[in-house]
Design a binder for this molecule. Structure first.
Ligand SMILES: [Zn+2]
Ligand SMILES: [Zn+2]
Length: 156
């Protein structure tokens, strides 16, 4: 696996240092669109010399070289994605989970008439709530309705 990661970095013109291989490998194995903090806390126990600054500059380099995608879907944290094929994203405003949404070709179809604009990147973001968060919210609504049923019990 690591030699595959190494080859991937070389293919994208990134010199494969141990740290860079570790960051890229983590992104390949964790398709949850992690943040810098998540990547750093996952890797640092096994790499005591690793700093958050190094993780950050590695991610920046990988994105510049087109090896990963940098997502700004979450206003609080930049997210990183090892899948560089065009696809859209959905973020849950409750728990912050980010999901891949089927590939989109909006750029090709829609942008054809803008002959003077040259696209290098397309980002499509959907925002909403995942099923789990929606269930929790409905649960809270039910909970707040509960005092009423307690009253009924007391009265009966
Ligand atoms: Zn959620
Ligand atoms: Zn993605």
């Amino acid at each position: 696996m690591l030699s595959k990661v190494k080859a991937y970095l070389i293919k994208h013109d990134v010199k494969p240092s141990i740290q860079r291989i570790a960051v890229m490998n983590y992104l390949f194995n964790n398709r949850t669109h992690p943040t810098v903090d998540e990547i750093f806390s996952a890797l640092s126990p096994n790499m005591p010399t690793l700093s958050k600054t190094t993780v950050y500059s590695t991610l920046k380099l990988l994105a510049e070289k087109g090896a990963i995608l940098q997502l700004t879907i979450d206003e609080k944290n930049v997210r990183y994605d090892a899948c560089i094929d065009p696809h859209a994203h959905f973020i849950c405003l409750g728990c912050g989970c980010v999901h891949d949404v089927a590939p989109i070709y909006l750029d090709k179809v829609h942008m054809e008439k803008y002959k003077n604009l040259n696209i290098i990147e397309t980002q499509v973001y959907y925002k909403g709530y995942c099923d789990e968060c929606l269930d929790n919210m409905e649960g809270k609504v039910k909970e707040s309705a509960e005092p009423d049923s307690h009253l009924k019990q007391l009265n009966s």
